[in-house]
Design a binder for this molecule. Structure first.
Ligand code: CDP
Ligand code: CDP
Length: 234
């Protein structure tokens, strides 16, 4: 496949964006970038430094410290997974816990945080051949992306999927708490002023409520073939 394409996958929380993005990246040998992990790192940093109280973020202090946060991704060959680092500390599991999930949308509404993340996301994608998932990839980060997918699934399906995943990791959390977190984040993400979650006009919708990971991968590969047929690159 063409090595320079940019593929943007946006959508609701916990529907399978990173699963399909990683599967496709592996299949076509592209770089996968998890933009949500970046907002989660900033959230973890803010939590550890006491910058979040309930739903309020101390934005002045965060603005002061934000340049001290370095975010990087490495592939762990033995675990066969992408891992997120904050200032060279492995934080891949910690950023996925419920405390971080509970606060991340309050961090992600802040304008200067988004600007910094978008700059980083574009820098990491300079050479192309990138699949990035998030909330504003097709609308803000890469408005000219070659393929844009907007993913969603029924809330209940998404909550159950996330519940199973956290349970396997040993996190003791109720289905109800996960359902509430998923709904709350979708609401904040869709209604914020800065880069709200919305479908780009030219994005293709994928509702994967009834699809397995294999079926959603096949679906996206078909869409790749279509753009190759119609684009000047193909
Ligand atoms: O994996 P899940 O869908 O639960 O979330 P995520 O992709 O890790 O993103 C966590 C949170 O970061 C989202 O709920 C958004 O508040 C924020 N986010 C964002 O605002 N913009 C992005 N491009 C990616 C994530
Ligand atoms: O990245 P996002 O938050 O959108 O979701 P994810 O982390 O890729 O997927 C959430 C959970 O749903 C994971 O445990 C996936 O294995 C699972 N999943 C699924 O069961 N069926 C799908 N078609 C897609 C994802």
């Amino acid at each position: 496949p063409d090595k320079n394409l940019i593929i943007a996958i946006d959508g609701h929380s916990s529907c399978g964006k990173s699963t399909v993005a990683k599967d496709l990246a592996k299949k076509i040998n592209y770089t996968y970038i998890d933009s949500g992990a970046m907002y989660r790192v900033v959230t973890l940093f803010a939590m550890r430094n006491g910058l979040i109280l309930e739903d309020k973020v101390d934005e002045n202090k965060l603005a002061h410290f934000i340049d001290q946060i370095s975010i990087s991704f490495r592939y762990n060959e033995s675990k066969q997974r992408h891992e997120t680092y904050m200032n060279d500390e492995l934080v891949e599991d910690e950023i996925r816990n419920m405390e971080v999930s509970d606060k991340v949308s309050f961090i992600a509404k802040i304008k200067f945080v988004r600007e910094k993340m978008v700059t980083l996301q574009r820098d990491l994608s300079k050479s192309g051949g990138v699949i990035m998932d998030g909330r504003d990839i097709g609308t803000v980060v890469f408005p000219n992306a070659d393929l844009k997918i907007f993913m969603t699934a029924d809330v209940e399906v998404r909550a159950i999927r996330r519940y199973k995943e956290l349970k396997e990791k040993g996190e003791d959390i109720s289905l109800e708490a996960i359902r509430e977190n998923v709904k709350k984040r979708d609401f904040i993400d869709e209604n914020r002023e800065e880069s709200p979650l919305r479908k780009a006009e030219d994005a293709i919708i994928l509702n994967n409520s009834q699809l397995s990971p294999e079926e959603q991968l096949d679906w996206i590969i078909e869409r790749m073939k279509e753009i190759k047929k119609t684009s000047k690159l193909g």
